[in-house]
Design a protein around this ligand. Structure first.
Ligand SMILES: Nc1ncnc2c1ncn2[C@@H]1O[C@H](COP(=O)(O)OP(=O)(O)OP(=O)(O)O)[C@@H](O)[C@H]1O
Ligand SMILES: [Mg+2]
Length: 376
């Protein structure tokens, strides 16, 4: 029986690449199907070079076509692996073993710091960088949920005679979170010095291995606790997340000012506009600027800091966060592209920063946190 291209495409909608939510047609992984009589050729583009995933996709497609349409069908599957290219070899020397420490901050709460941190982390890892995430949100740690490692507990390992915490690994990102050490229902009341001590331990007493980037997901705000966290770590640069809304922008401005203040002096790598607009799936041409248009982009221009890119409001970003598989992992999806562009800009701004400025230093707190601080 002759094979029909359209019917095959329809049938492929029941298959997905291992580890992906969407079916392989919807995700854009199937780039072409051609048929000649009893022969079908399916072109696939996937982003993982893992052999077992390629093999599995090939077998699934062959089996589906033979079982559904023609047991004698000759099926050829061409698989192209398109891993995002690693734009540059990254330099940096924040602390031994960790080249760059990047703080993700916002000022206002709930604007998408944690979502952005998780998606940036998996994207940088896909580009081939060694990436760690430190969840410093002592009020509401999000990384264990966003990386689906909620029930994990870091173990202790022996490194050169010293006992160190081993970060939990998920989607090729190493993670430590205050959430791993507290019960989910437990409210943690930390004072600034306690929080920075805990974070210092998670950085210096943990077995991170060699990292190109460590991203720190900060709690919302620019208060005392923030000051003591960012002052106690040698942060390479800060990325500020904001929605385009006026109240969020006002707080983002405070965030930028905090990092640029004399007592902190951390370069701002740029601003990311999150929830920039909403596009309904059935009307892909329409953009609704729910929180205002280009507010964060304009703020970046006003403050003379780089604009790193915009992320639309997409239901699957929220769902992916709750489900524990960052949306940027969806192969060949528009969101993957969105986060890739932002990640490339973050890498570029880090390179610029390292070429033009000396490494950041932690500030030694000489008296009470926030009262007096001097550079080491
Ligand atoms: N671009 C987006 N599209 C859809 N939902 C989003 C987007 N960005 C974030 N969200 C959702 O908005 C909520 C808040 O996001 P997130 O937790 O990342 O913010 P946050 O700034 O880290 O918050 P907090 O200040 O509490 O730490 C989450 O439910 C998240 O899934
Ligand atoms: Mg958060």
């Amino acid at each position: 029986m002759k094979l029909d291209r359209k019917e095959i495409l329809k049938a492929l909608e029941t298959l997905s690449i291992a580890g992906e939510g969407k079916n392989m047609v919807e995700s854009g992984a199937v780039t072409n199907v051609v048929t000649f009589g009893e022969e079908a050729i399916v072109d696939l583009t996937i982003s993982t070079p893992a052999m077992h995933i390629k093999k599995r996709a090939e077998e699934d497609i062959r089996k589906l076509i033979q079982e559904k349409f023609n047991p004698d069908a000759k099926v050829k599957v061409n698989i192209k692996v398109e891993t995002p290219e690693k734009p540059t070899e990254i330099k940096g020397k924040a602390i031994p073993g960790i080249k760059n420490i990047i703080a993700v901050a916002s000022g206002k709460g709930g604007v998408g710091k944690s979502t952005t941190t998780a998606n940036l982390a998996v994207t940088l890892a896909k580009m081939g960088f060694n990436v760690g995430v430190l969840d410093a949100d002592i009020y509401g740690p999000s990384m264990p949920i966003m990386f689906d490692v909620e029930s994990e507990k870091p173990i202790s390992v022996n490194v050169d005679g010293k006992s160190k915490m081993k970060p939990i690994e998920s989607y090729e990102v190493k993670i430590l979170s205050i959430g791993f050490f507290t019960a989910p229902s437990q409210a943690v009341i930390w004072r600034g010095p306690m929080a920075s001590k805990a974070l210092n331990q998670m950085i210096f007493d943990a077995d991170w291995g060699e990292l190109d980037f460590m991203l720190i997901d900060l709690p919302p705000g620019t208060g005392d606790i923030h000051l003591s966290i960012v002052q106690s770590l040698p942060i390479t640069g800060a990325v500020i997340v904001s929605t385009p809304q006026a109240v969020a922008l006002a707080d983002a401005k405070k965030g930028v000012a905090m990092f640029q203040s004399d007592s902190i002096n951390v370069p701002v790598l740029g601003i990311i506009e999150n929830m920039a607009y909403f596009t309904p799936e059935e009307l892909p041409e329409n953009k609704y600027y729910i929180f205002g248009k280009e507010g964060a982009k304009n703020l970046a221009a006003d403050l003379n800091v780089p604009f790193l890119g915009e992320v639309p409001i997409v239901q699957s970003i929220r769902e992916a966060g709750d489900y524990g598989r960052p949306a940027a992992l969806q192969t060949a999806s528009p969101l993957e592209k969105v986060y890739e562009e932002i990640a490339r800009n973050v890498v570029q701004e880090t390179v610029n920063r390292n070429e033009n400025l000396p490494p950041s230093e932690a500030v030694k707190i000489t008296t009470m946190a926030g009262c007096s601080a001097v550079k080491k």
